[in-house]
Structures are given as structure tokens and as C-alpha cells.
Unconditional design. Structure first.
Length: 398
């Protein structure tokens, strides 16, 4: 980039923070509630998008690597159709998949064009990456996506990631949750230092601040445990698909992998810059002491949302506290359908997910051998793939 273009970036920056950056590879997630305007037709908020770009460019000027995970395609599509003429999308948010896919198809190009113009004016190139959950669950596809994103970062290009709403079915509903989970999976994929989730509240509170005026902000979370998960309330913004529960799931995914996460008010001044510099803003979710190896990060990213086994207290302790494999004797129930080799959740007696791992048996077979000793597997199924339903080497604690 030329000196003139670098200079132009600095001249548009507001009140730049003075501290050094604490994190160097940063994933920024901007959700629907942050990017859209309050007035009808609930399209993109130009001022917010421009300021988001300004902050990312400030970080890039200081050699930080930034990936943007953005929502907004559906909102942009709604805006385009509104500008084109008297097109009614109803007074309520579009909840059926087809309507949302149509709006996403219309709006994705508008969204990217908006970003491309803003970043280009400040001297930076962007690249669009559309993903579905299958891209991150298949090992080879996962590696290919990772190679592409890493290559873009090495070239100084800013990847702009969104879920592929036009072709996806599960994702456009509840799976990614307005890109919250997607941003966590991308952070794990590229081995990020920090995930910044921009939302419409200041962070995680002791209670819902919209209903309880005594609620206080929690500045630091050292572990996403049952007490923290209990704080998740219902999403009050009907235009956003992500709620607090999906943000806490994202926090658990990245912190388990050793990546820090900050959740903060997306329209607060210099929110991204403060988070990247380690300033106190929003809620910081502290990462695990050590980063997971790449293969186990992939396992977290490839979890089948339709597969889960419920285990008893003994099996739960063996898995969590003794680093044991999961044996059929401790399994009480099987939920969903999955194949041998799929990555599934393991849930404890209360239903809380405690781990994930690669299943040695398909769901129907596990249902037949649940509660029995490992030596009985062959007699029941007529074959066996080992004594373990999930081997400890293919298991990640959550």
C-alpha cells in the first residue's frame, strides 16, 4: 500500500487509543442488532458500518490480522427491495426459510459492495467467504477453508465471512445463531488470539438489564460453567437470530480452545480497538491456559448438532475428571441420528454438555448397546469397532 493511502487511513481515525495491541489475530463478529437501523425497513446502518470499517483499518495499519464475520445480508436485502418499490415483507420478521433465503440472495451483493467501497477508500482489499456448517464439519473442507483464510491474512487482505444463507437450510434457522457460533468456529479455525462479539448490550449481566434495573455488568468470566449459562436470557430484538445463549456457546467454544473473547456494545466508541488493546470493555471471557492442538479445534468446529449421548454421573466423572474414554455402560440415552465417525456431544445427567468426541458407532447401534458392558458389544451387534463409544484420544472437554 502506498504512503499516501496509509496517510489517508490515519486522517480519518478518531481519537486513536495510545496503548499497544494486546492481541494480533482478531476475529470481529458484527451482528444484526448492531448493523441495522431502528427505522423501517430495518436496513443497514451506514454510520455504524463505516465506523466498524474505520476501526478494522486502524488495526490493520498496526499490523494486526483481522477477520470480519458479518451478519446483515437479510437486512440489506430487505432494504434493497424497499428502495426498488412498494415491496411488502410484512410487519413481522421473516421467519420462514424461503423468505430469508430470498432476502439474503438479494442483499448479499449489496452488503459486500458496501464493505468493498468503504475498505477500498481506506486502502485495503477484502475477500468474501460464504460458509455453511458442512464446510467446517468435513475435515478436508475445514482444512481447505483454513488454508484460504490464512493465505488471505498473509496477503494483507481482510476476509469478510458470512454464513451462506442462500444455499443453507439448517444454518439460516438456529444452528449458527446470527453468526455467533460461526464466529467462534472461525476463530478456532484460524487459531485467533481474540474473538470480539459486537452486540446491542454492554456485555454479560447478572440478570436481564431490560427487566432488572439492579443487574450489574460482569467484567470477567473465568469459566463458562452452569452458573454463567443460567444467566442467558431471551433475545428481545426480534430482528436478530442470536441471543445470549448462542453468545455463551461461542464463548465456551473459543475459550476451550485457548482463545479469549470479548462481548461488548457494538456502537460504543472504539469498542473493537479497546478490546484489541486489552482495555476494560464489556465482558472478557478468559481463555484456557493452553491452546488446543489443531485437530481438537477442528473437532469443536465439526460437532453434529443432531447427535448427542446422555451419560450417568459415573461416566461423567470418568470423562471429565479421570480423562477416560466413554464406554457403553455409562450411556443412558441417545438423541438424534448420526453416523460412525461423526462428532457428537456428550451430556451429563442434568443435560449439560460436558464434552464432544468422534463416535465409534452410529446412533442406532449405540442405542442397542447403551448400558451394557463393552465385552457384550460383539454379541449384540455381531461386530465391534472397539470397546469405546468415544475414545479419550478423540474427545474434547467443554
Amino acid at each position: 500500500m502506498s504512503a499516501a493511502r496509509r496517510s489517508s487511513v490515519r486522517t480519518v481515525t478518531k481519537k486513536e487509543p495510545q496503548q499497544q495491541l494486546r492481541y494480533r489475530r482478531i476475529v470481529v463478529k458484527a451482528g444484526t442488532s448492531v448493523l441495522t437501523s431502528d427505522s423501517e425497513p430495518r436496513g443497514l446502518n451506514g454510520a455504524v458500518v463505516s465506523d466498524l470499517v474505520r476501526q478494522i483499518c486502524w488495526l490493520r495499519e498496526r499490523d494486526a490480522e483481522v477477520l470480519l464475520v458479518t451478519s446483515g445480508a437479510i437486512a440489506a436485502g430487505r432494504q434493497v427491495l424497499h428502495e426498488a418499490g412498494p415491496v411488502s415483507t410484512g410487519e413481522q420478521p421473516e421467519r420462514d426459510i424461503t423468505s430469508r433465503q430470498v432476502l439474503a440472495a438479494v442483499g448479499q451483493s449489496r452488503l459486500m459492495h458496501t464493505y468493498q467501497q468503504l475498505f477500498d477508500a481506506m486502502g485495503f482489499q477484502v475477500a468474501q467467504t460464504l460458509l455453511t456448517i458442512n464446510d467446517l464439519s468435513d475435515r478436508q473442507a475445514y482444512l481447505n477453508v483454513g488454508n484460504t483464510l490464512t493465505g488471505l491474512l498473509e496477503l494483507g487482505v481482510i476476509p469478510i465471512v458470512n454464513e451462506n444463507d442462500v444455499v443453507a437450510v439448517d444454518e439460516i434457522g438456529e444452528v449458527f445463531g446470527d453468526n455467533d457460533r460461526l464466529s467462534a468456529l472461525v476463530a478456532n479455525l484460524v487459531d485467533a488470539d481474540l474473538l470480539v462479539i459486537l452486540t446491542d448490550i454492554d456485555g454479560l449481566y447478572t440478570a436481564d438489564p431490560n427487566q432488572d434495573h439492579s443487574a450489574t455488568l460482569i467484567p470477567l468470566v473465568t469459566e463458562v460453567d452452569e452458573k454463567i449459562e443460567a444467566l442467558a436470557g431471551k433475545e428481545l430484538n426480534p430482528w436478530a437470530r442470536g441471543g445470549m445463549s448462542t453468545k455463551l456457546e461461542a464463548a465456551r467454544l473459543v475459550t476451550t480452545s485457548g482463545v479469549a473473547m470479548v462481548m461488548c456494545q457494538g456502537t460504543a466508541q472504539d469498542a473493537i480497538l479497546k478490546a484489541a488493546g486489552g482495555e476494560g470493555i464489556g465482558t472478557l471471557f478468559q481463555p484456557a491456559a493452553e491452546k488446543l492442538e489443531a485437530r481438537k479445534r477442528w473437532m469443536l468446529g465439526g460437532i453434529s448438532q443432531k447427535g448427542e449421548v446422555r451419560v450417568d454421573a459415573g461416566a461423567s466423572r470418568a470423562v471429565r475428571e479421570s480423562n477416560r474414554s466413554l464406554l457403553p455402560a455409562g450411556i443412558q440415552a441417545v438423541e438424534g441420528e448420526f453416523r460412525r465417525g461423526d462428532i457428537i456431544f456428550i451430556a451429563g445427567p442434568g443435560g449439560r454438555r460436558i464434552a464432544c468426541g468422534i463416535a465409534n458407532y452410529r446412533s442406532g447401534d449405540i442405542a442397542r448397546i447403551q448400558g451394557v458392558q463393552s465385552g457384550q458389544i460383539s454379541g449384540i451387534l455381531g461386530y465391534d469397532y472397539g470397546q469405546e463409544v468415544v475414545h479419550r484420544n478423540n474427545l474434547v472437554l467443554l
